[in-house]
Design a protein around this ligand. Sequence first.
Ligand SMILES: [Zn+2]
Length: 260
Amino acid sequence: MLTLLIVGCAVLGLAVGSFLNVVIYRVPLHQSVVKPRSFCPSCHTPIRERDNIPVLSWLLLKGKCRDCANPISKRYPLVEILCAALFGGAAARVGYRWDLPALLFFLAGLLALSYIDVEKLILPKRIVYATLFLVSASLVVAAGVNGQWHRLAVATVCAVAWFVAFFLLNFASPRYLGFGDVRLAPVLGLMLGWLGIRYVLLGFFSANLIGAIIGVSLLATKRIERSQQIPYGVFLALGAALAIYAGPELLIPFQTLHFK
Ligand SMILES: [Zn+2]
């Protein structure tokens, strides 16, 4: 039953989103994501078990800490809902397939990275490497179960190719492409490459198109200066998401193109 899988993944997404909130808050501060338990950022009182239910607790407490009544950021329920939607959407897209876990790890990693990139203009190494490791390990399992070693080989070549391309771009112009994006490149190449080379091209080109449109409109409305850095990692994540969720439809005109 596909509905069961979608609902299950959405609920899992709520729980994972709750963990991602901890990651988003603590990793840029170089703190552990396991210890101590979640606490209120204002008064540092540990969050009670019953106040730790994704989205629901935030609504019941009207976005305020039970102890100090200081507001709790909208980011908490927002990340949980986004993660639930991404997970449910991925389940609806691929169904009962062995590469679904890889896709979920990929989306969770990109969600945390995008949020941090927007707020702090960094893509922390710990999250990039953890995502790369979890996606690779899950894809090895998927390839093993289905005997799709050729597919894994294509994915690996795409990961290396994207890394090399960004490494050279960063070398040529470190101002426009930070090294954080170079580190992220193999993660994108691996996951989209697993889906197919067309997905890699779609992800890459739509990332730059989305980035150009948003960049130009922010410049035109004078929200940013020309010299200001933009969070390119977010556009890479958006491009990848577009390829995953809308790829099969967008790629219909290119169906006759066969890559071996
Ligand atoms: Zn508090």
